[in-house]
Design a protein around this ligand. Structure first.
Ligand code: ADP
Length: 888
């Protein structure tokens, strides 16, 4: 209500209205008044003006106070209504009061109006306060109702063993179908038997008006599940008695967590107390806060937890650097794993440990402490050392084995390779091939084959045992390996890789090869030698027959002069032929025995070629062959340094063949120089060589077998000797030939030109004559040889003394005899030429001694044995004379 009272006056007499106004003002009541006298005005003003009080006259001309009262009752029943009337009538008064008027004032007693208005105001205030209180209560009830309805905790009221109120959370908590069912449920039925006794006690206490503090109980839900609950019971007034209001909270999950936490704590405590590793906690500064009892075990009883708690962890480090290292990592990363640390035991001994620790932070992120574990790895360390030792031992063993040894994984990648393997395939260190396959480390086919073999072993699980395989090593040299590759398996029985061993059998293979070749060669030699013997016996017998036969005829008394001369001619030719055959055999034997040496000296090459050429002129002529020589050498090139004997022999063989295998036609000999090579070329228009024989005609004893060639004499040695000599001189020999057309043989000889004029030493049959008489001692056991020498010296003005062996030579000198020259045969009975020469040198260092031997020149150690020179048999006069001239 505003401070200004709104008063609706219902009055038809203005004077009366004035009086009423006056009376109210007199009572110092502030008001705003409206005056109406009809029903219509009354209703309209009530609605618009909204008065706080109505003061109405009882009697009005067209309206009555009672009608106004009834309308108020109907429309605004709480609005105070005071009747003012001029007539005092008890019945009316009673009727008015009954009708609900708040007061009844007589116009002649208006002094009561003031207090009546005050009462009415009071009533208005009371009514208003009541309304406010009712509203507040309503709001409070609403709030409470909502609180209860929406509370997550179950709220219920029970009285005499049954619920009289349950909120939705309670329905949910007990799993009831709806709250009606729950209301009908006796409360003890939802209490678990284990809690019932306590619950009854608590209900009793609450019913006596005493609170039952929060308590944990077990309830049973409608579906039979047991839940843990926390219950608060408080008395609740109910019909003058105490019902129980309970607040129930489901703490099953919390209980479970608590249980789990308890279990976990128990578990960790058990671990802590029984763990073999040492669990520790220390401050960031290293002060030990906690250590598990296992420290006693690890320290072998020397430390107990209590001994170290409160001390600095640093005291336990054997090497202080370990502590700084670990601290650094911890500070950088917040943790450290498996750091190896040596701990000092109480007696100063070392304990090898592995530490893992972590910084523990508080909720604000500040480091609080370090917690970690320490494992005794002494045994592991020892085992590791033992393994390492063993590994080194094995490594040393495998690295010192000459065989290649390697281990590969199941992808054929190398895991281990010993030194031999690494070196064998051409690498400096094992690291360069580890993790790689053969394809990646060994070039070409060999690597590919190795990889394929490896994969076969890995895929089939079947090893390769002692497989012989060729291999190109890092120097590109072909080698042979005896390879064994065996698979190894993992725990599941799957192939995990392979172990390989390679044994170098190159030497064995070479020996085998050589043996095989030697065997073939021996067989071939045998075959060729048999053929040769057949051939040679024929070749030797033919001239021998002639010599023996015609020599016999010579002694026939009736042989005339002409026949005799013809016989002698045949004998000489046959002898020469025989000599040539024997000479070839000797030459090839010397070549095979590696006894031939090159003897280079200044040579007039044109002279050599001419002399060989001239040798064949008569034979060529007799066969109607045109033999020509073309010298294409530069004019200033004539004297060279080379082995003229060998060149002579090669040329002789080639021209001899040309003449031999040409019946009629041309033989063309040319000589030219190219760079530092002399090129000789012997071309004929003879029978030629069939193509299939081309590859073999340089082989020893090889002759083209055909009806025509059978007619030709030969040993099959000429070309073999020629090729060996050309090789020795550093040149090449080859030919072109077509059957029936002819052949051309070429050979080259490297030469060194010289400006010195060459003495013509090839002059024919130089005669020997000593101006002073010489004494020559000829030591020769063979009669014919002696006679030949004697014959050569026939007209040389020399006294010839013969000794038949070495002893006789020494004897001659021992007797004080002198000689100007000793011609000493090597192979003699009683004392050979070597011994005799050596002994003779001791007594006479000056006398020239010349060795004459059927052995080759290379077999004689000329200077070492005291000889001044040598001559090999057979020798002709020219050769003999030349040597003697040089010596005497
Ligand atoms: P030989 O002549 O003593 O049989 P060679 O070694 O000199 O031995 O020659 C081997 C073979 O090569 C001869 O037997 C002959 O069949 C063939 N031959 C060599 N030179 C000629 C040539 N100029 N013409 C045809 N055949 C030749």
């Amino acid at each position: 209500m505003n401070s200004e009272l709104k008063i609706l006056f219902v009055e038809d007499v203005p004077g009366d209205a004035e009086l009423v106004n006056y009376e109210i003002k007199k009572n110092k009541i502030q008001f705003n008044g409206k005056l109406v006298s009809s029903r219509e005005d009354y209703l309209a003003t009530l609605a618009e003006f909204k008065p706080d009080i109505i003061i109405s006259d009882f009697t009005l001309p067209r309206f009555t106070g009672l009608e106004a009262l009834e309308l108020r009752n109907k429309l605004y029943p709480e609005l105070p209504f005071i009747l003012v009337t001029g007539t005092l009538n008890e019945e009316i008064a009673v009727e008015c009061m009954k009708a609900g008027a708040d007061d009844y004032i007589l116009k002649n007693n208006l002094s009561r109006l003031g207090p009546a208005v005050f009462n009415a105001i009071k009533k208005i205030r009371l009514l208003e306060e009541k309304r406010i209180a009712e509203n507040a209560l309503e709001e409070s009830n609403e709030r409470y109702r909502r609180l209860v309805d929406q509370s997550p905790d179950a709220i219920a009221v029970h009285y005499e063993g049954r619920f009289i109120f349950v909120n939705p959370a309670a329905v949910r908590l007990f799993g009831a179908p709806d709250h009606e069912v729950l209301l009908n449920k006796p409360i003890l039925e939802i209490v678990h038997p284990s809690s019932r006794e306590k619950v009854i006690e608590r209900i009793k206490s609450v019913s006596q008006g005493i609170d039952a503090p929060v308590f944990e109980e077990k309830f049973v839900k409608f579906d039979g599940t047991v839940i843990d609950v926390e219950v608060l019971g408080i008395p609740y007034p109910y019909h003058g008695k105490h019902a129980s209001q309970v607040i129930v909270r489901d703490i099953t999950e919390r209980k479970k967590s608590e249980e789990a936490l308890k279990n976990s704590e128990l578990k960790y405590r058990t671990i802590f107390e029984n763990v073999q590793d040492i669990y520790f906690e220390h401050t960031i500064d290293g002060i030990i806060l906690e250590v598990s009892p296992s420290i006693e075990v690890v320290s072998k009883g020397l430390y107990k937890s209590a001994d170290v708690i409160g001390k600095s962890i640093e005291e336990l480090y054997y090497n202080p650097e370990d502590r700084s290292r670990i601290k650094k990592v911890l500070m950088e990363n917040g943790f450290i794993s498996d750091a190896e640390v040596t701990v000092r035991n109480r007696d100063g001994s070392k304990i090898h440990t592995s530490i893992s620790s972590r910084i523990f932070f508080d909720v604000t992120g500040n480091p609080v402490k370090i917690i970690g574990s320490m494992r005794d790895i002494t045994a592991r360390k020892k085992a590791e050392e033992a393994i390492e030792h063993e590994r080194l031992l094995l490594r040393t063993v495998i690295d010192n084995i000459p065989d290649t040894i390697y281990i590969k994984d199941n992808q054929a990648r190398k895991l281990i390779a010993n030194l031999s393997d690494t070196r064998y395939i051409g690498y400096e260190s094992e690291d360069m091939i580890i993790g790689k396959t053969d394809i990646e480390t060994i070039p070409g086919e060999v690597g590919k084959r190795g990889f394929e073999d490896d994969m076969k072993v890995i895929n089939t699980g079947i090893g390769v045992i002692e497989k012989e395989e060729d291999f190109i090593d890092c120097n590109g040299e072909k080698k042979w390996l005896l390879t064994t590759k065996v698979p190894f398996f993992d725990k599941e029985g799957k192939v995990a890789g392979l172990v390989g061993i390679g044994h170098d059998i190159t030497r064995r293979k070479k020996t085998e090869d050589e043996l095989l070749k030697a065997m073939f060669k021996a067989e071939e030699s045998d075959r060729l030698k048999t053929a040769f013997l057949h051939n040679i016996s024929h070749e030797i017998r033919t001239p021998m027959n002639a010599i023996v036969g015609f020599s016999a005829l010579l002694s026939e008394p009736d042989t005339d002069e002409e026949s005799r001369n013809s016989f002698i001619e045949t004998i000489v030719q046959s002898s020469n032929h025989l000599l040539a055959i024997i000479s070839d055999i000797v030459d090839i034997s010397n070549i095979e025995a590696n006894l031939v040496k090159i003897n280079k000296k200044e040579t007039d090459i044109i002279n050599v070629v001419n002399s060989v050429f001239n040798q064949f002129v008569p034979e060529a002529k007799s066969k109607s062959i045109k033999l020509s020589f073309e010298n294409n050498l530069p004019p200033n090139l004539r004297s060279i340094v080379s082995d003229s004997t060998k060149i002579r022999q090669i040329l002789t063989n080639l021209i001899s063949n040309a003449v031999k295998f040409t019946d009629a036609g041309d033989i063309f000999l040319t000589l030219c120089a190219k760079d530092d090579l002399l090129l000789f070329c012997v071309s004929d228009s003879g029978i030629g060589i069939p193509r299939e024989h081309h590859s073999r005609i340089f082989d020893r004893f090889y002759q083209v077998e055909n009806p025509t060639s059978k007619l030709h004499q030969g040993t099959g040695l000429g070309l073999a000797i020629s090729r060996s000599y050309v090789d020795m001189l550093g040149g090449e020999i080859w030919f072109t030939s077509a059957e029936g057309v002819g052949s051309t043989f070429y050979f080259t000889i490297p030469f060194e030109p010289t400006n010195e004029p060459v003495l013509r030493s090839d002059s024919k049959y130089d005669q020997l004559f000593f101006s002073e008489k010489k004494t020559i001692l000829v030591a020769e056991d063979n009669e014919s040889n002696y006679r030949l020498i004697n014959y050569y010296l026939n007209e040389a003005n020399a006294t010839i003394i013969r000794a038949s062996n070495g002893l006789e030579v020494l004897d001659y000198f021992n007797k004080g005899n002198k000689a100007d020259l000793v011609l000493m045969d090597i192979k003699m009975p009683l004392m050979d030429g070597y011994t005799a020469a050596r002994k003779l040198r001791e007594m006479n260092p000056n006398v020239p001694i010349i060795a004459q031997t059927a052995y080759t020149d290379e077999q004689i150690d000329v200077a070492g044995s005291g000889f001044n020179g040598f001559i090999s048999k057979p020798f002709n006069k020219s050769k003999f004379v030349q040597l003697l001239r040089e010596v005497l």
